[in-house]
Write a protein that binds this ligand. Structure first.
Ligand code: PGA
Length: 253
């Protein structure tokens, strides 16, 4: 196995609870305009559009992901969608432990089980962590992120580290238009990498892509991507239209 392999950057668009059938026009415009020869791209539409978006993106290099999955593959769990179902619908990625899920009561131990279930089902989990405004203000951003990682990250089998992705998303930066400085992003990403190496060893820990998310826009994408230790972006609002998502992709390339 190669040591410190150069990973391609990854940009993930998270549509959250947005998007009706009409929004598929944006997906088609994204696939027409994207040049993913330079950066890996994944779109995470709402579950109701997942299979359609998979069809819209068939034959293009843009991958599709879910926004959450359940801890179990199937059974009497009304309202839940399993990792296996996402895979069956054509998804190959899934966001796990997003702060909006955590705000609804998702705990790190559940996120960990979901991430392991995602790996078992053949999906790449994108495990999200991030401090809130108070933790940031009190100087606890890095330890908070480290603690969340230690509790949320899955056990990995051989080769799994190439599939695992971590998203650092300060809760206060999500949807707010505020972002940390590039120095602040760099210092948390450094702690994320240290924690990955501590958990998985030097080689596997170096092979996990670590994304930044929280108010990424076409205007700031380039500066954030240039931060040492940032391997890609997790984009919410700016991924909803082809125009802004394509601009982010261009900046990230
Ligand atoms: P935002 O969302 O880009 O709209 O801030 C990011 C996210 O929650 O993944």
């Amino acid at each position: 196995m190669m040591g410190h392999l150069i990973m391609r950057n990854l940009v993930v668009g998270n549509w959250k609870m947005n998007g009706l059938q009409a929004a598929r026009a944006e997906v088609r415009a994204m696939s027409a305009g994207a040049r993913p020869d330079t950066v890996d791209v994944v779109l995470c539409p709402p579950a109701t559009l997942l299979a359609d978006v998979v069809r819209d993106l068939e034959g293009t290099p843009i991958g599709v992901g879910g926004q959450d999955c359940y801890t179990i593959a199937q059974g009497p769990f009304t309202g839940q969608v399993s990792a296996e179902m996402l895979f069956d619908a054509g998804a190959r990625f899934v966001i796990i432990g997003h702060s909006e899920m955590r705000a609804e009561g998702e705990r790190s131990d559940m996120a960990r089980i979901k991430a392991m279930e995602a790996l078992r089902a053949g999906l790449t989990p994108i495990v999200c962590v991030g401090e809130n405004a108070q933790q940031r203000a009190e100087g606890w951003a890095a330890p908070r992120v480290r603690a969340q990682l230690l509790a949320s990250l899955p056990h990995l089998g051989p080769g799994d580290h190439q599939r695992l992705v971590v998203g650092y998303e300060p809760v206060w930066a999500i949807g707010s238009g505020q972002t940390p400085t590039v120095e602040e992003i760099g210092s948390v990403h450094h702690v994320v990498r240290e924690t990955l190496v501590e958990l998985y060893g030097a080689e596997a820990g170096a092979g996990v892509r670590v994304l930044y998310g929280g108010s990424v826009k076409p205007e700031n994408a380039k500066d954030i991507m240039a931060v040492d230790g940032v391997d890609g972006l997790l984009v919410g609002g700016a991924s909803l239209t082809a125009a802004s998502f394509l601009s982010v992709l261009e900046a990230a390339a």
